[in-house]
Design a protein around this ligand. Structure first.
Ligand code: MTE
Ligand code: MO
Length: 531
């Protein structure tokens, strides 16, 4: 080894991803990875690191940090970094490229969870205020960096489709836009980790993953072409996919930064499935964070399947081999913490969900203690026909997977003793499919916004729990409150029911899983008489 040459970092830099022989640096060693690229399981993504240090990438793809990978790399050793380019035996920090340096700027109102990679929630008020989430407030979930495709190159962006016999059909984005009919589909994306923090806090048990509150979900109108149209054009027999006679069982999607996932073939070719290859979002080109220039949209399924920066589709007998299909985005029992990943199916269709995204406590008013729509009110309040109460306005979303419509949203202002129905906003109702409707598609792919205006009877506060020290999420302080009773608290609750009468579990403890996936217990927000 000592006889191998010493290379200046400036020379390494010339062997970047576009060079004939790409090099990478690891520690003080220089490797020529030309021969490795075709055999690299992550494909040519490794070229991102070429011309510099591979370490920042391996910090993202931690899977590389094992002896097996170091052994492979060892075969390609060609020399060492020149000593005058080393600090403490390594290239200095500022010589190492930041994989996220080219990420786009984020809207300041997004609630940042992590910066590298970029992960951010939609603010609650934005979810309540608009049926279609504005593009720059749509939640962002990135596992890696954001690939860049120049605007004047986007129509040449290549999508390759591999059929079961190994043959490959290629489409540029221009082909997709010109050869196929354009469709619009209005659909929610919800991360499997939405409300994970509620699961951790509500069950008192930590979960692994980003601690999202209720904002890892958003709704948009997507423009693109139907995956089923493109598969038919590529030579696939959609009928056989639909009726189960095809050997193809899964459609695998791959993104340019090596993210991958798959969906069952039946969803892909279902004439009512509305799976899109989308290039537009709310009438504009996809923003970079959301998959520019092309992404899959799989309505009704967990958003992890809606692969961004899409450049490869593979028809296969098997699911995607990616870790996000096989080793993540699955649920286990509350007692199962050492799991056999193969024993559980990948999450596809989402369960029923709802959340309070905006809450306003109003003035104290003389009002019947029992709202008229609540038949069985607490016995004590019936003793007093009229009592003080505090106005409350709640709003939020409800959603169910698989295109199942939300039929009802129930609200309780007294910790679940009494329930009343929230008003469902008619965003989708004006003649579905008509130009005035905000909804496009065959299923109930969108969220249902709901609103509740009521009064929390003073008796509810009086009998309520003492205040919890936790802060109240999304609560807005009232301008004025007169003569409040002593500081006691109640829990406001929301739960939704979908068209097949699926409903949400009462407690997070019951569905706790160590990865904190699919947290969908009743959403609880504690409010106090003097909040
Ligand atoms: N596609 C690629 N290529 N890379 C990713 O990191 N994240 C997935 C999915 N598709 C991801 C991806 C996950 S887990 C989610 S929740 C959604 O994209 C988020 O989509 P959004 O950022 O447009 O909201
Ligand atoms: Mo996700």
């Amino acid at each position: 080894d000592a006889s191998l040459p010493r290379y200046r970092l400036s020379e390494v830099k010339e062997h970047d991803g576009k060079a004939e022989r790409p090099w990478v640096v690891h520690g003080d060693k220089v490797y020529d990875i030309t021969e490795w690229i075709s055999a690299h399981p992550g494909g040519s993504v490794i070229l991102r690191a070429a011309g510099g240090s591979i370490e920042p990438y391996w910090n993202i793809f931690a899977i590389h940090k094992n002896d097996y990978v170091y052994d492979i790399l060892q075969q390609y050793l060609i020399g060492f970094v020149h000593p005058s380019d080393l600090e403490d035996g390594k290239p200095p920090q500022d010589a190492i490229e930041d994989p996220f340096a080219d990420d786009p700027i984020r809207h300041p109102d997004l609630i940042t969870k992590t910066v590298k990679p970029r992960n951010a929630e939609t603010p609650g008020e934005a979810m309540s205020a608009q049926f279609l989430t504005p593009n720059d407030l749509f939640y962002v979930r990135n596992h890696m960096w954001v690939p860049r495709i120049a605007e004047d190159e986007s129509d040449n962006h290549l999508l390759s489709i591999e059929l079961l016999d190994g043959s490959i059909k290629e489409y540029t984005l221009r082909d997709l836009k010109t050869k196929f009919r354009e469709h619009q589909v209005t659909a929610v994306l919800q991360c499997s980790g939405n409300r994970r923090k509620h699961m951790s806090d509500g069950s008192g048990r930590a979960t692994n993953g980003l601690q999202w509150t209720a904002g890892a979900i958003s709704n948009a109108c997507w423009e693109g072409v139907l995956l089923s149209d493109v598969l038919r054009d590529a030579g696939f027999e959609n009928d056989q996919g639909m009726n189960g006679t095809s050997e193809v069982k899964h459609v695998q999607f791959n993104g340019m930064e090596a993210y991958g996932a798959s969906i069952p073939i039946r969803k892909a070719v279902d004439p009512q499935g509305d799976v899109l290859l989308a290039y537009g979002m709310n009438g504009k080109p996809l923003p970079r964070d959301h998959g520019y220039p092309l992404r899959a949209i799989v309505p009704g399924h967990v958003a992890a399947r809606s692969v961004k920066w899409l450049n490869q589709i593979t028809l296969s007998e098997d699911e995607s081999t990616s870790q996000w299909q096989r080793k993540d985005y699955k649920c286990f029992g509350p007692n199962q913490t050492k799991v056999d990943w193969d024993k559980a199916p990948a999450i596809q269709e989402l369960p029923v969900q709802s959340a309070i995204t905006a809450l306003r406590l109003g003035d104290w008013v003389k009002e019947p203690a029992v709202p008229a729509s609540v038949p069985d009110a607490a016995a004590t309040s019936q003793d007093e026909p009229a009592a003080d109460g505090r106005k409350v306005t709640l709003s939020g979303y409800a959603f169910s997977g698989g295109g199942r419509a939300i039929i009802r949203v129930d609200v309780s202002v007294d910790s679940g003793k009494n329930w009343t129905q929230a008003y469902l906003l008619p965003d989708c109702d004006p003649k579905p499919g008509s130009p005035t409707s905000l909804c496009h598609g065959h299923g109930a792919w969108t969220w249902k916004r709901w609103m509740y205006k009521g009064v929390i009877p003073a008796s509810v506060f009086a009998q309520g729990e003492p205040e919890k020290v936790e802060s109240v999420e999304n609560a807005v302080s009232p301008d004025a409150a007169s003569d409040p009773p002593p500081r006691r608290c109640t829990t406001l609750l929301v739960k939704a029911t979908d068209e097949v009468y699926n409903c949400q579990p009462e407690s997070h403890a019951a569905t706790w899983n160590f990865r904190g996936n699919l947290a969908n217990a009743w959403h609880r927000v504690q409010v106090c008489s003097e909040c």
